[in-house]
Design a protein around this ligand. Structure first.
Ligand SMILES: *[C@@H]1O[C@H](CO)[C@@H](O)[C@H](O)[C@H]1NC(C)=O
Ligand SMILES: *[C@@H]1O[C@H](CO)[C@@H](O)[C@H](O)[C@H]1NC(C)=O
Length: 363
């Protein structure tokens, strides 16, 4: 940047920032309350194609509908709401049966606001918000390298089997869990139909057997034979890294195996002796690596947020794409607002439901 231009650019940024409280509130402050000017527009209505079952009735307090074709679980919070809204829109837009998808949202804070915001933007949705008590995990969390990974809600995915009602009440046996920083560009029915070979397979996720699993755990872990044995016992296959941002979970098998408790045991241990670095992922690896069903890599083109240290832009992995995932430090809405998007952020932008407070002339 030319030195002479700097003061003008800085001035312009200040003007833009002070004039755009909506996006600042929606993005910047993880603990902050939404600004009253944060507005999301209403998503278009999407209709089932003729081959689908009859539509689920729209509801903001849906009990479980056995007629639902897919149950989707996501977390909702103020800081990542813009991402969640885009993710929901992308699910509806690319499935043949949008009116047969039931959503299960887990939220710990600002529940009425989040509930109302979803209802306003998706008036035709069948969903329910499940309040999650942060204190359930707060005491189990140890500090990781990136503060965002330590938010208690980040651990809610380990509690889905306890939060969602069980099969006896007509509730889902299987859910697709999705992170808030992704968009689908393919039919979620295909992802949800991933086989979970019985009777022991609890979850399916895209696996990466070339990733070095060693690096996710500390020397303390590997030098302790009792601990590192965890990866040798009860694994039907080679333990491989997998990302927990996209998972197909059999809730009945999860409950039967007591997996929430098993994950909590590793978190307890982590509090006492540091055995891994990154937030909620390593306990999942400890419990499930080598015991999951593989999902095609097209369903988690991950890492688009850039690396955790420098926030560099990433490219797509080779192969087809059904889901784009901005895991890592950078989020597309933050970079777009800052006027410094990565090239692939342009693929997220069409799903953005935030109503711009004013039109920015991008000359
Ligand atoms: C969300 O809103 C609906 C309708 O207004 C209400 O029935 C439901 O109880 C709300 N959910 C929560 C968790 O507050
Ligand atoms: C895996 O990571 C560990 C520790 O970070 C390193 O010592 C080892 O050489 C790596 N292995 C491979 C195959 O890269």
């Amino acid at each position: 940047m030319a030195m002479g231009a700097a003061p003008i650019v800085v001035h312009l940024l200040l003007v833009l920032c002070s004039a755009a409280p909506a996006s600042a509130a929606a993005n910047a402050d993880p603990s902050g309350r939404p600004s009253p000017t944060t507005k999301f527009r209403e998503a278009p209505q999407f209709y089932n194609s003729p081959s689908c079952p009859p539509p689920l009735p729209p509801s903001a307090a849906a009990s479980c509908f056995p007629a639902a074709l897919v149950h989707v679980a996501m977390t909702l919070d103020v800081a990542y709401l813009r991402g969640s809204m885009a993710a929901i829109l992308s699910v509806l837009q690319h499935t043949a049966c949008p009116q047969s998808v039931q959503f299960h949202f887990v939220a710990s804070d600002a529940v009425p606001y989040l509930n109302d915001t979803i209802a306003a933007s998706f008036p035709y949705l069948s969903y329910r918000v499940y309040p999650f008590d942060d204190s359930r995990v707060a005491g189990l969390i140890s500090t990781s390298i990136r503060a965002a990974l330590d938010r208690p809600l980040n651990y809610a995915r380990s509690y889905l089997a306890r939060l969602l009602p069980s099969e006896g009440d007509g509730c889902p046996r299987r859910v697709v869990y999705l992170d808030s920083d992704l968009v689908l560009v393919d039919d979620i029915l295909t992802l949800a139909a991933t086989p979970l070979p019985g009777p022991d397979t609890v979850l399916a996720a895209p696996e990466y057997c070339n990733a070095n699993l060693t690096a996710y755990f500390t020397p303390t872990f590997w030098s302790n034979p009792v601990l590192s044995m965890a990866f040798a016992e009860g694994r039907s296959r080679q333990p491989c890294y997998f990302n927990t941002g996209v998972m197909v979970i059999d809730l009945e098998r999860w409950r039967a195996g007591g997996y929430t408790g098993r994950i909590e045991e590793w978190m307890e241990l982590q509090k006492r002796m540091r055995i891994y670095e990154l937030g909620s992922l390593p306990p999942f690896l400890l419990v499930f690596a080598g015991r999951i069903a593989a999902v095609d890599h097209r369903w988690n083109q991950h890492g688009l947020g850039g690396d955790n240290y420098r926030g560099l832009c990433r490219d797509l992995h080779p192969g087809p794409v059904s889901l784009l995932h901005w895991s890592g430090k950078g989020k597309p809405w933050v970079r777009l607002d800052a006027g410094r998007p990565c090239p692939l952020d342009a693929l997220w932008a069409p799903y953005d439901l935030l109503q711009a407070p004013f039109a920015i002339d991008d000359s």
